[in-house]
Ligand binder design. Structure first.
Ligand code: TXA
Ligand code: MG
Length: 344
């Protein structure tokens, strides 16, 4: 399949708009940028189009997809029993990196929700993404744009290498500002449940609601995962990744020792510049400064993909604060490491 590649800033072009609209309406696929990660989108009301997404990603259709809309007033077209707390949450965080789970209307087919009677909805914060939804004139369901087994894509090169010749259109929006997928919050239950941590943090949600929510994310590094392996291979690089938790000095010492041990193999360290300065490895990937967790978040998936591109055998990284967006970062890193965490 020939893939057309367009730049986000070209979207005002009428011919381009016509093409995008046609592709969506005939059940095709469009990879597009959002502020979190790139998405691979299709008409959320067309079951055949939705099936194409799973085919292109190369994964079974078990995981429910997020439906993207461009304005609050469209919400009621797709969901029912909208709880009262939806409005303050939407006012506070939409457009933005918060997916809210509602009871779905029949117009959203089971192919989108993996058979669930609920559907996750969000309005993306990136204007290019909202423009694309408006051009389509449809709700757009989109999982993260990555082949099965790879980390989510946050830059154009990664979506292009995964999806060129597998989709009709790729829209290049540059680097995703946030770099980590949206927070998923189920509000169909009496007390909302956070299912996935993201840039909209638990604390931010609780501040809006004025009460505590339930956190069912597998984030805390103390937790023993119930079923490591299958469920979490999603983010895992091919090399063996280990997270090292402890004070800065101990962690640096430990990582330097491990690297010496594995001298004959390719080793890499992913980390904040403050750590990397004191580490001696074949490959070092700098995520940014320790005091800027947002910068670090935006570089995580790029770093993880680099590990496979470079064919690294052993990967080390220090843990980060679990506060604020740190919870989302640690959630993704723990998965990437298959929950291998050395506590010093
Ligand atoms: O930031 C994002 O959310 C990106 C961009 C493209 O919007 N999308 C994304 O989609 O990360 P995906 O498919 O990779 O992840 C969707 C997550 C999954 O963890 C899924 O289980 C959860 O949302 N989810 C979706 N619908 C749900 C539902 N009805 N109930 C529970 N969880 C749901
Ligand atoms: Mg994903």
């Amino acid at each position: 399949m020939k893939t057309m590649i367009y730049k986000g800033y070209e979207l005002s072009d009428q011919t381009l708009q016509k093409h995008i609209k046609e592709v969506f309406h005939k059940g095709g696929l469009v990879v597009f940028p959002t502020e979190t990660v790139y998405g691979i989108g299709a008409d959320a009301t067309n079951p055949e189009a939705v099936k194409q997404i799973f085919k292109a990603k190369g994964r079974p259709s078990d995981n429910p997809l997020i439906v993207h809309i461009s304005k609050n007033s469209d919400l009621e077209l797709y969901v029912r029993d909208i709880p009262l707390i939806a409005k303050p949450l939407m006012d506070a965080f939409w457009p933005g990196p918060l997916t809210l789970v509602f009871n779905k209307k029949d117009i959203i087919p089971n192919e989108v929700t993996g058979g669930l009677s609920t559907v996750g909805i969000r309005i993306p914060g990136l204007k290019i993404a909202r423009d694309i939804i408006d051009i389509a004139g449809l709700p757009i369901c989109a999982p993260s744009a990555n082949l099965s087994g790879k980390p989510s894509s946050t830059i154009f090169d990664h979506v292009a290498s995964d999806f060129e010749e597998r989709v009709d259109i790729i829209i290049d929006g540059g680097k995703a500002e946030i770099g980590i997928e949206s927070t998923v919050l189920d509000i169909t239950t009496p007390i909302p449940v956070m299912l996935r941590p993201g840039a909209v943090t638990k604390k931010m949600i609780e501040n809006v609601l004025g009460y505590k929510i339930i956190d069912s994310t597998e984030t805390k590094i103390e937790d023993t995962p119930k079923s490591p392996g299958m469920k979490y291979t999603h983010y895992a690089p091919k090399g063996k990744m280990t997270l090292v938790d402890g004070n800065e000095k101990e962690v640096i010492q430990y990582i330097n020792q491990e690297i010496k041990k594995h001298k004959k193999e390719k080793t890499a360290v992913i980390g904040a510049s403050e750590y990397l300065d004191q580490i001696d490895a074949d490959y070092k990937v700098n995520l940014g400064h320790l005091n800027d967790l947002n910068e670090i978040a935006s570089n995580i998936f790029i770093a993880l993909r680099q590990m496979d591109e470079l064919g690294i055998h052993y990967i080390y990284m220090h843990t980060l604060s679990n506060q604020d967006i740190g919870q989302a970062i640690m959630n993704r890193l723990s998965k990437a490491a298959g929950y291998k965490i050395v506590k010093l």
